[in-house]
Design a binder for this molecule. Sequence first.
Ligand code: NBP
Length: 480
Amino acid sequence: PKADIGVTGLAVMGSNLARNFASKGFVTAVHNRSYSKTTALIDEHGGDGQFVPSESAADFVASLATPRKIIIMVKAGGPTDAVIDELSELLEPGDILIDGGNALFEDTIRREKAAREKGIHFVGCGISGGEEGALKGPSIMPGGSKEAYASLGPILEKISAHVDGEPCCTHIGTDGAGHFVKMVHNGIEYADMQLIAEAYDLLRRGAGMEPAEIAEVFAEWNRGDLDSFLIEITAEVLKQVDAETGKPFVDVVVDAAGMKGTGTWTVQTALTLGIPVTGIAESVFARGLSSSTKQRAGAGNLPGPSQPWSVKDRDAFVEDVRLALYASKIVAYAQGFDEIVAGAAQYDWEIDRGAVARIWRGGCIIRARFLNRITEAYADNPELASLLFAPFFTDVVSKGQDSWRRVVAGAAQSGIPTPVFASSLAYYDGLRTERLPAALIQGQRDFFGAHTYQRVDKEGTFHTLWSGDRSEIQEDGHTP
Ligand code: NBP
Protein backbone atom coordinates (compact mmCIF):
# COMPACT_ATOMS: atom_id res chain seq x y z
CA PRO A 1 0.00 0.00 0.00
CA LYS A 2 0.99 3.61 -0.44
CA ALA A 3 2.19 5.29 2.72
CA ASP A 4 -0.03 7.62 4.80
CA ILE A 5 2.83 9.80 5.94
CA GLY A 6 6.54 10.18 5.22
CA VAL A 7 9.44 11.19 7.42
CA THR A 8 12.74 12.37 5.98
CA GLY A 9 15.67 12.92 8.31
CA LEU A 10 16.08 9.90 10.53
CA ALA A 11 18.36 11.15 13.28
CA VAL A 12 17.00 10.74 16.80
CA MET A 13 13.93 12.96 16.40
CA GLY A 14 12.91 11.78 12.95
CA SER A 15 13.30 8.07 13.63
CA ASN A 16 11.37 8.31 16.88
CA LEU A 17 8.61 10.26 15.17
CA ALA A 18 8.47 7.68 12.38
CA ARG A 19 8.20 4.88 14.96
CA ASN A 20 5.41 6.81 16.67
CA PHE A 21 3.45 7.09 13.39
CA ALA A 22 3.98 3.42 12.55
CA SER A 23 2.99 2.24 16.00
CA LYS A 24 -0.27 4.20 15.72
CA GLY A 25 -1.14 2.24 12.58
CA PHE A 26 0.00 4.66 9.88
CA VAL A 27 1.91 3.24 6.95
CA THR A 28 5.07 5.30 7.28
CA ALA A 29 7.49 6.09 4.46
CA VAL A 30 11.02 6.74 5.70
CA HIS A 31 14.01 8.38 4.08
CA ASN A 32 17.35 9.86 5.09
CA ARG A 33 20.18 11.49 3.14
CA SER A 34 22.54 8.70 4.13
CA TYR A 35 20.74 5.41 3.66
CA SER A 36 22.48 3.73 6.60
CA LYS A 37 20.18 5.51 9.07
CA THR A 38 17.14 4.24 7.15
CA THR A 39 18.30 0.64 7.19
CA ALA A 40 19.28 0.93 10.86
CA LEU A 41 15.76 2.10 11.71
CA ILE A 42 14.19 -0.82 9.83
CA ASP A 43 16.66 -3.33 11.31
CA GLU A 44 16.11 -2.20 14.88
CA HIS A 45 12.49 -1.11 14.91
CA GLY A 46 10.86 -2.51 11.77
CA GLY A 47 8.55 -4.44 14.06
CA ASP A 48 6.94 -1.26 15.45
CA GLY A 49 4.58 -1.08 12.47
CA GLN A 50 4.46 -0.80 8.72
CA PHE A 51 7.43 1.10 7.24
CA VAL A 52 8.19 1.80 3.59
CA PRO A 53 11.91 2.60 3.32
CA SER A 54 13.37 4.34 0.27
CA GLU A 55 16.94 5.12 -0.65
CA SER A 56 16.22 7.95 -3.10
CA ALA A 57 14.04 11.00 -2.59
CA ALA A 58 12.18 10.16 -5.82
CA ASP A 59 11.26 6.65 -4.58
CA PHE A 60 10.32 8.10 -1.21
CA VAL A 61 7.91 10.60 -2.80
CA ALA A 62 6.51 7.90 -5.09
CA SER A 63 5.81 5.63 -2.12
CA LEU A 64 3.29 8.09 -0.62
CA ALA A 65 -0.46 8.29 -1.17
CA THR A 66 -1.65 11.64 -2.54
CA PRO A 67 -2.01 14.28 -1.34
CA ARG A 68 1.40 13.43 0.07
CA LYS A 69 2.31 14.38 3.61
CA ILE A 70 6.02 14.56 4.34
CA ILE A 71 7.65 15.61 7.62
CA ILE A 72 11.16 16.99 7.38
CA MET A 73 13.22 16.33 10.53
CA VAL A 74 16.68 17.56 9.61
CA LYS A 75 19.00 20.14 11.07
CA ALA A 76 17.41 23.61 11.03
CA GLY A 77 18.67 26.23 8.59
CA GLY A 78 20.55 25.33 5.40
CA PRO A 79 19.86 21.57 5.57
CA THR A 80 16.11 22.23 5.80
CA ASP A 81 16.24 24.49 2.72
CA ALA A 82 18.24 21.85 0.83
CA VAL A 83 15.65 19.18 1.58
CA ILE A 84 12.74 21.48 0.71
CA ASP A 85 14.37 22.32 -2.63
CA GLU A 86 14.92 18.68 -3.47
CA LEU A 87 11.42 17.56 -2.50
CA SER A 88 9.60 20.53 -4.07
CA GLU A 89 10.79 19.36 -7.46
CA LEU A 90 9.18 15.97 -6.89
CA LEU A 91 5.89 17.02 -5.29
CA GLU A 92 2.59 17.93 -6.93
CA PRO A 93 0.15 20.73 -6.17
CA GLY A 94 -1.92 19.86 -3.11
CA ASP A 95 0.87 17.91 -1.39
CA ILE A 96 1.79 18.91 2.17
CA LEU A 97 5.37 19.50 3.25
CA ILE A 98 5.88 19.77 7.00
CA ASP A 99 8.99 21.14 8.68
CA GLY A 100 9.15 19.59 12.15
CA GLY A 101 12.56 21.05 13.01
CA ASN A 102 13.25 24.08 15.16
CA ALA A 103 13.04 26.63 12.36
CA LEU A 104 13.05 30.37 12.91
CA PHE A 105 9.46 31.48 12.21
CA GLU A 106 10.65 34.07 9.71
CA ASP A 107 12.25 31.29 7.65
CA THR A 108 8.94 29.44 7.83
CA ILE A 109 7.04 32.48 6.55
CA ARG A 110 9.48 32.70 3.63
CA ARG A 111 9.31 28.97 2.89
CA GLU A 112 5.52 28.85 3.07
CA LYS A 113 5.25 31.68 0.57
CA ALA A 114 7.62 30.01 -1.88
CA ALA A 115 5.85 26.65 -1.56
CA ARG A 116 2.42 28.26 -1.98
CA GLU A 117 3.54 29.69 -5.32
CA LYS A 118 4.06 26.08 -6.43
CA GLY A 119 0.70 24.99 -5.04
CA ILE A 120 2.33 23.05 -2.20
CA HIS A 121 1.08 23.40 1.36
CA PHE A 122 3.98 24.17 3.68
CA VAL A 123 3.38 23.57 7.36
CA GLY A 124 5.95 24.88 9.85
CA CYS A 125 5.37 22.64 12.81
CA GLY A 126 6.81 23.09 16.28
CA ILE A 127 7.42 19.77 18.00
CA SER A 128 8.38 19.68 21.67
CA GLY A 129 9.22 16.85 23.98
CA GLY A 130 12.69 15.82 22.94
CA GLU A 131 13.46 12.27 21.92
CA GLU A 132 11.02 10.62 24.27
CA GLY A 133 8.20 12.96 23.28
CA ALA A 134 8.77 12.22 19.60
CA LEU A 135 8.46 8.52 20.31
CA LYS A 136 5.66 8.44 22.86
CA GLY A 137 3.68 11.57 22.08
CA PRO A 138 4.99 15.12 21.72
CA SER A 139 3.24 18.46 21.96
CA ILE A 140 2.71 19.57 18.38
CA MET A 141 2.30 23.17 17.21
CA PRO A 142 1.48 23.22 13.48
CA GLY A 143 1.14 26.40 11.45
CA GLY A 144 0.23 26.59 7.78
CA SER A 145 -3.14 26.78 6.09
CA LYS A 146 -6.44 25.60 7.57
CA GLU A 147 -6.85 23.47 4.47
CA ALA A 148 -3.59 21.62 5.15
CA TYR A 149 -4.57 21.10 8.78
CA ALA A 150 -7.89 19.56 7.76
CA SER A 151 -6.14 16.50 6.31
CA LEU A 152 -2.90 16.57 8.31
CA GLY A 153 -4.35 17.47 11.71
CA PRO A 154 -6.03 14.15 12.51
CA ILE A 155 -2.76 12.26 11.89
CA LEU A 156 -0.73 14.62 14.06
CA GLU A 157 -3.37 14.62 16.78
CA LYS A 158 -3.25 10.84 16.91
CA ILE A 159 0.50 10.70 17.55
CA SER A 160 0.58 13.66 19.96
CA ALA A 161 0.47 13.40 23.73
CA HIS A 162 -3.01 13.31 25.24
CA VAL A 163 -4.19 14.88 28.47
CA ASP A 164 -7.69 14.16 29.77
CA GLY A 165 -8.40 12.55 26.42
CA GLU A 166 -7.54 15.72 24.50
CA PRO A 167 -4.67 15.79 21.98
CA CYS A 168 -1.73 18.11 22.62
CA CYS A 169 -1.93 19.36 19.05
CA THR A 170 -3.98 22.14 17.50
CA HIS A 171 -3.78 24.38 14.46
CA ILE A 172 -1.93 27.42 15.79
CA GLY A 173 -2.35 29.83 12.87
CA THR A 174 -1.14 30.40 9.31
CA ASP A 175 2.42 30.24 7.94
CA GLY A 176 4.98 30.79 10.74
CA ALA A 177 2.55 30.78 13.70
CA GLY A 178 3.43 27.25 14.80
CA HIS A 179 7.16 27.87 14.86
CA PHE A 180 6.60 31.22 16.57
CA VAL A 181 4.66 29.59 19.39
CA LYS A 182 7.27 26.80 19.64
CA MET A 183 9.95 29.49 19.92
CA VAL A 184 8.11 31.18 22.80
CA HIS A 185 7.59 27.75 24.39
CA ASN A 186 11.35 27.30 24.39
CA GLY A 187 11.84 30.79 25.83
CA ILE A 188 9.47 29.97 28.68
CA GLU A 189 11.38 26.71 29.13
CA TYR A 190 14.58 28.73 29.63
CA ALA A 191 12.88 30.88 32.28
CA ASP A 192 11.37 27.86 34.01
CA MET A 193 14.74 26.09 34.15
CA GLN A 194 16.57 29.17 35.44
CA LEU A 195 13.91 29.72 38.13
CA ILE A 196 14.35 26.16 39.32
CA ALA A 197 18.12 26.61 39.30
CA GLU A 198 17.79 29.80 41.37
CA ALA A 199 15.52 28.01 43.84
CA TYR A 200 18.09 25.23 44.16
CA ASP A 201 20.88 27.73 44.70
CA LEU A 202 18.89 29.50 47.42
CA LEU A 203 18.15 26.25 49.22
CA ARG A 204 21.74 25.14 48.94
CA ARG A 205 23.59 28.33 49.76
CA GLY A 206 20.88 30.16 51.68
CA ALA A 207 19.67 27.29 53.84
CA GLY A 208 22.79 25.12 53.59
CA MET A 209 20.91 22.08 52.30
CA GLU A 210 22.57 19.20 50.45
CA PRO A 211 21.52 18.19 46.91
CA ALA A 212 19.86 14.99 48.15
CA GLU A 213 17.75 16.96 50.65
CA ILE A 214 16.87 19.50 47.97
CA ALA A 215 15.84 16.63 45.70
CA GLU A 216 13.28 15.69 48.34
CA VAL A 217 12.01 19.26 48.47
CA PHE A 218 11.50 19.27 44.69
CA ALA A 219 9.82 15.87 44.81
CA GLU A 220 7.48 17.27 47.45
CA TRP A 221 6.80 20.41 45.40
CA ASN A 222 5.97 18.16 42.48
CA ARG A 223 2.98 16.85 44.43
CA GLY A 224 1.47 20.36 44.63
CA ASP A 225 0.82 23.44 42.48
CA LEU A 226 4.28 23.27 40.92
CA ASP A 227 3.71 19.74 39.59
CA SER A 228 5.59 19.71 36.28
CA PHE A 229 8.04 17.74 34.19
CA LEU A 230 10.92 20.14 34.91
CA ILE A 231 10.43 19.98 38.70
CA GLU A 232 10.20 16.20 38.47
CA ILE A 233 13.44 15.77 36.53
CA THR A 234 15.17 18.31 38.79
CA ALA A 235 14.55 15.98 41.74
CA GLU A 236 16.03 13.12 39.70
CA VAL A 237 19.13 15.09 38.69
CA LEU A 238 19.74 16.28 42.26
CA LYS A 239 19.44 12.72 43.59
CA GLN A 240 22.05 11.46 41.18
CA VAL A 241 25.42 10.52 42.69
CA ASP A 242 28.55 10.41 40.56
CA ALA A 243 29.78 6.82 40.39
CA GLU A 244 33.42 7.79 40.02
CA THR A 245 33.78 10.22 42.91
CA GLY A 246 30.77 9.49 45.08
CA LYS A 247 29.94 13.20 44.99
CA PRO A 248 26.56 14.65 44.05
CA PHE A 249 26.28 14.68 40.26
CA VAL A 250 25.64 18.46 40.22
CA ASP A 251 29.00 19.00 41.90
CA VAL A 252 31.02 17.29 39.19
CA VAL A 253 29.36 19.04 36.22
CA VAL A 254 30.97 22.20 34.83
CA ASP A 255 28.68 25.11 35.70
CA ALA A 256 28.44 26.60 32.19
CA ALA A 257 25.00 26.24 30.60
CA GLY A 258 24.82 25.57 26.88
CA MET A 259 22.16 26.78 24.48
CA LYS A 260 21.13 26.22 20.90
CA GLY A 261 19.54 29.57 20.15
CA THR A 262 15.77 29.36 20.49
CA GLY A 263 15.84 31.31 23.78
CA THR A 264 17.88 33.99 22.07
CA TRP A 265 15.37 34.12 19.20
CA THR A 266 12.53 34.57 21.68
CA VAL A 267 14.27 37.55 23.23
CA GLN A 268 15.39 39.06 19.92
CA THR A 269 11.84 38.81 18.60
CA ALA A 270 10.42 40.28 21.80
CA LEU A 271 12.83 43.22 21.53
CA THR A 272 11.70 43.83 17.96
CA LEU A 273 8.06 43.65 19.02
CA GLY A 274 8.72 45.85 22.07
CA ILE A 275 7.47 43.26 24.56
CA PRO A 276 9.22 43.04 27.94
CA VAL A 277 9.99 39.34 28.41
CA THR A 278 12.31 40.06 31.30
CA GLY A 279 12.17 36.54 32.77
CA ILE A 280 13.14 34.89 29.51
CA ALA A 281 15.78 37.52 28.74
CA GLU A 282 17.39 37.20 32.16
CA SER A 283 17.45 33.43 31.83
CA VAL A 284 19.25 33.65 28.49
CA PHE A 285 21.69 36.18 29.99
CA ALA A 286 22.21 33.93 33.03
CA ARG A 287 23.32 31.12 30.71
CA GLY A 288 25.57 33.63 28.99
CA LEU A 289 27.10 34.70 32.31
CA SER A 290 27.66 31.08 33.31
CA SER A 291 29.70 30.61 30.13
CA SER A 292 31.63 33.89 30.43
CA THR A 293 34.79 32.01 31.28
CA LYS A 294 37.20 34.92 31.11
CA GLN A 295 35.13 37.28 33.23
CA ARG A 296 34.36 34.63 35.81
CA ALA A 297 38.00 33.60 36.06
CA GLY A 298 38.97 37.19 36.76
CA ALA A 299 36.22 37.86 39.31
CA GLY A 300 37.78 36.14 42.32
CA ASN A 301 38.68 39.39 44.03
CA LEU A 302 35.34 41.13 43.65
CA PRO A 303 34.03 41.74 47.16
CA GLY A 304 30.80 40.13 48.38
CA PRO A 305 28.58 40.83 51.37
CA SER A 306 30.10 40.60 54.85
CA GLN A 307 27.43 38.23 56.18
CA PRO A 308 26.17 34.98 54.72
CA TRP A 309 22.45 34.27 54.93
CA SER A 310 21.43 32.92 58.28
CA VAL A 311 18.17 31.11 57.72
CA LYS A 312 16.56 30.46 61.10
CA ASP A 313 13.43 28.59 60.14
CA ARG A 314 14.28 26.21 57.33
CA ASP A 315 10.73 25.05 56.65
CA ALA A 316 9.47 28.61 56.42
CA PHE A 317 12.35 29.47 54.09
CA VAL A 318 11.63 26.51 51.81
CA GLU A 319 8.00 27.63 51.61
CA ASP A 320 9.09 31.21 50.82
CA VAL A 321 11.25 29.94 47.98
CA ARG A 322 8.39 27.79 46.66
CA LEU A 323 6.00 30.73 46.59
CA ALA A 324 8.63 33.00 45.02
CA LEU A 325 9.22 30.39 42.34
CA TYR A 326 5.51 30.05 41.64
CA ALA A 327 4.96 33.82 41.38
CA SER A 328 8.02 34.31 39.15
CA LYS A 329 6.89 31.45 36.94
CA ILE A 330 3.50 33.09 36.44
CA VAL A 331 5.28 36.29 35.39
CA ALA A 332 7.42 34.37 32.86
CA TYR A 333 4.31 32.79 31.32
CA ALA A 334 2.41 36.09 31.34
CA GLN A 335 5.28 37.68 29.43
CA GLY A 336 5.52 34.78 26.99
CA PHE A 337 1.82 35.00 26.22
CA ASP A 338 2.19 38.76 25.74
CA GLU A 339 4.81 38.01 23.10
CA ILE A 340 2.43 35.58 21.39
CA VAL A 341 -0.29 38.24 21.30
CA ALA A 342 2.12 40.82 19.88
CA GLY A 343 3.43 38.34 17.29
CA ALA A 344 -0.11 37.45 16.25
CA ALA A 345 -0.94 41.14 15.76
CA GLN A 346 2.26 41.76 13.82
CA TYR A 347 2.02 38.74 11.52
CA ASP A 348 -1.74 38.55 11.22
CA TRP A 349 -2.34 35.27 13.02
CA GLU A 350 -5.39 34.32 15.02
CA ILE A 351 -3.93 32.52 18.00
CA ASP A 352 -6.11 31.10 20.76
CA ARG A 353 -3.99 31.41 23.90
CA GLY A 354 -6.17 29.01 25.83
CA ALA A 355 -5.63 26.36 23.16
CA VAL A 356 -1.88 26.95 23.29
CA ALA A 357 -1.85 26.39 27.05
CA ARG A 358 -3.99 23.29 26.53
CA ILE A 359 -1.54 21.66 24.09
CA TRP A 360 1.38 22.47 26.40
CA ARG A 361 -0.15 20.37 29.18
CA GLY A 362 1.37 17.17 27.88
CA GLY A 363 4.27 15.96 25.75
CA CYS A 364 6.41 19.08 25.93
CA ILE A 365 9.21 20.12 28.26
CA ILE A 366 7.18 22.80 30.06
CA ARG A 367 4.21 20.50 30.70
CA ALA A 368 2.73 21.39 34.04
CA ARG A 369 -0.40 21.11 36.08
CA PHE A 370 -0.91 24.87 36.23
CA LEU A 371 -1.36 25.10 32.44
CA ASN A 372 -4.93 23.96 33.09
CA ARG A 373 -5.37 27.18 35.03
CA ILE A 374 -4.02 29.21 32.12
CA THR A 375 -6.46 27.55 29.73
CA GLU A 376 -9.30 28.32 32.15
CA ALA A 377 -8.15 31.92 32.54
CA TYR A 378 -8.27 32.53 28.79
CA ALA A 379 -11.53 30.62 28.43
CA ASP A 380 -13.09 32.88 31.07
CA ASN A 381 -11.73 35.99 29.40
CA PRO A 382 -10.26 35.63 25.89
CA GLU A 383 -9.27 39.32 25.94
CA LEU A 384 -7.25 39.11 29.18
CA ALA A 385 -4.55 41.82 28.93
CA SER A 386 -2.17 39.94 31.23
CA LEU A 387 -2.28 36.49 32.73
CA LEU A 388 -1.59 38.19 36.06
CA PHE A 389 -5.07 39.75 35.92
CA ALA A 390 -6.84 36.38 35.93
CA PRO A 391 -8.37 36.04 39.41
CA PHE A 392 -6.68 32.69 40.04
CA PHE A 393 -3.22 34.06 39.31
CA THR A 394 -3.78 37.40 41.04
CA ASP A 395 -4.65 35.34 44.09
CA VAL A 396 -1.53 33.15 43.84
CA VAL A 397 0.69 36.21 43.60
CA SER A 398 -1.12 38.04 46.35
CA LYS A 399 -0.64 35.07 48.69
CA GLY A 400 2.98 34.66 47.63
CA GLN A 401 4.21 38.22 47.37
CA ASP A 402 5.54 38.60 50.92
CA SER A 403 7.58 35.43 50.45
CA TRP A 404 8.71 36.61 47.03
CA ARG A 405 9.91 39.92 48.43
CA ARG A 406 11.69 38.26 51.38
CA VAL A 407 13.50 35.85 49.08
CA VAL A 408 14.62 38.51 46.60
CA ALA A 409 15.69 40.92 49.36
CA GLY A 410 17.51 38.20 51.29
CA ALA A 411 19.24 36.95 48.17
CA ALA A 412 20.43 40.47 47.34
CA GLN A 413 21.71 40.99 50.87
CA SER A 414 23.60 37.74 50.94
CA GLY A 415 24.97 37.95 47.41
CA ILE A 416 23.12 35.04 45.80
CA PRO A 417 22.18 35.97 42.24
CA THR A 418 18.49 35.49 41.45
CA PRO A 419 18.12 37.32 38.13
CA VAL A 420 14.76 35.83 37.19
CA PHE A 421 13.20 35.92 40.69
CA ALA A 422 14.30 39.53 41.04
CA SER A 423 13.47 40.78 37.55
CA SER A 424 10.06 39.12 37.67
CA LEU A 425 9.30 40.91 40.91
CA ALA A 426 10.52 44.20 39.41
CA TYR A 427 8.26 43.58 36.40
CA TYR A 428 5.33 42.86 38.69
CA ASP A 429 5.91 46.03 40.66
CA GLY A 430 6.43 48.01 37.48
CA LEU A 431 3.12 46.77 36.17
CA ARG A 432 1.18 47.76 39.25
CA THR A 433 2.85 51.15 39.71
CA GLU A 434 0.41 53.92 38.91
CA ARG A 435 2.98 56.60 38.03
CA LEU A 436 6.20 55.24 36.59
CA PRO A 437 9.35 57.36 36.43
CA ALA A 438 9.03 57.16 32.65
CA ALA A 439 7.68 60.73 32.85
CA LEU A 440 11.18 61.83 33.84
CA ILE A 441 12.67 59.92 30.91
CA GLN A 442 10.28 61.76 28.60
CA GLY A 443 11.58 65.00 30.08
CA GLN A 444 15.19 63.95 29.49
CA ARG A 445 14.40 62.92 25.91
CA ASP A 446 12.70 66.21 25.26
CA PHE A 447 15.63 68.08 26.82
CA PHE A 448 18.42 66.58 24.73
CA GLY A 449 16.60 65.59 21.57
CA ALA A 450 13.35 67.58 21.36
CA HIS A 451 11.55 64.23 21.30
CA THR A 452 8.35 65.86 22.68
CA TYR A 453 5.92 64.51 25.26
CA GLN A 454 2.23 64.24 26.08
CA ARG A 455 0.62 65.89 29.08
CA VAL A 456 -1.64 64.21 31.60
CA ASP A 457 -4.14 67.07 31.54
CA LYS A 458 -4.71 67.87 27.86
CA GLU A 459 -4.48 66.39 24.37
CA GLY A 460 -1.57 67.16 22.09
CA THR A 461 2.18 66.86 21.67
CA PHE A 462 4.40 69.28 23.53
CA HIS A 463 7.98 70.49 23.69
CA THR A 464 9.69 72.68 26.25
CA LEU A 465 12.22 75.22 24.94
CA TRP A 466 14.92 73.90 27.29
CA SER A 467 17.77 75.99 25.91
CA GLY A 468 15.57 79.07 25.55
CA ASP A 469 13.15 80.57 28.01
CA ARG A 470 11.83 77.11 29.04
CA SER A 471 8.32 77.91 27.97
CA GLU A 472 6.21 75.15 26.51
CA ILE A 473 5.05 75.01 22.92
CA GLN A 474 2.54 72.71 21.30
CA GLU A 475 4.11 70.78 18.46
CA ASP A 476 1.27 69.14 16.62
CA GLY A 477 -0.52 72.09 15.09
CA HIS A 478 -3.41 71.95 17.54
CA THR A 479 -4.16 75.28 19.13
CA PRO A 480 -3.06 75.24 22.76
P1 NBP B 1 19.92 16.87 13.80
O1 NBP B 1 19.47 18.27 14.04
O2 NBP B 1 21.16 16.42 14.43
O3 NBP B 1 20.02 16.65 12.21
C1 NBP B 1 20.51 15.44 11.69
C2 NBP B 1 19.71 15.07 10.45
O4 NBP B 1 19.81 16.08 9.45
C3 NBP B 1 20.25 13.80 9.82
O5 NBP B 1 19.13 13.06 9.36
C4 NBP B 1 21.06 14.34 8.66
O6 NBP B 1 21.22 13.42 7.61
C5 NBP B 1 20.23 15.47 8.22
N1 NBP B 1 20.88 16.42 7.32
C6 NBP B 1 21.87 17.31 7.57
BR1 NBP B 1 22.73 17.51 9.15
N2 NBP B 1 22.21 18.03 6.50
C7 NBP B 1 21.41 17.60 5.52
C8 NBP B 1 21.26 17.96 4.15
N3 NBP B 1 21.99 18.94 3.61
N4 NBP B 1 20.35 17.29 3.41
C9 NBP B 1 19.62 16.31 3.95
N5 NBP B 1 19.69 15.94 5.24
C10 NBP B 1 20.57 16.58 6.03
O7 NBP B 1 18.74 15.85 14.19
P2 NBP B 1 17.75 15.81 15.44
O8 NBP B 1 18.46 16.08 16.72
O9 NBP B 1 16.99 14.55 15.28
O10 NBP B 1 16.76 17.05 15.19
C11 NBP B 1 16.01 17.20 14.01
C12 NBP B 1 15.25 18.51 14.06
O11 NBP B 1 14.37 18.49 15.18
C13 NBP B 1 16.14 19.74 14.27
O12 NBP B 1 15.64 20.82 13.54
C14 NBP B 1 16.02 20.03 15.75
O13 NBP B 1 16.26 21.38 16.05
C15 NBP B 1 14.60 19.63 16.00
N6 NBP B 1 14.29 19.25 17.39
C16 NBP B 1 15.15 18.49 18.12
C17 NBP B 1 14.83 18.14 19.42
C18 NBP B 1 15.75 17.28 20.21
O14 NBP B 1 15.45 17.05 21.40
N7 NBP B 1 16.85 16.80 19.66
C19 NBP B 1 13.62 18.53 19.95
C20 NBP B 1 12.75 19.26 19.19
C21 NBP B 1 13.10 19.61 17.90
P3 NBP B 1 22.51 12.41 7.58
O15 NBP B 1 22.11 11.26 8.45
O16 NBP B 1 22.62 12.04 6.17
O17 NBP B 1 23.66 13.17 8.10
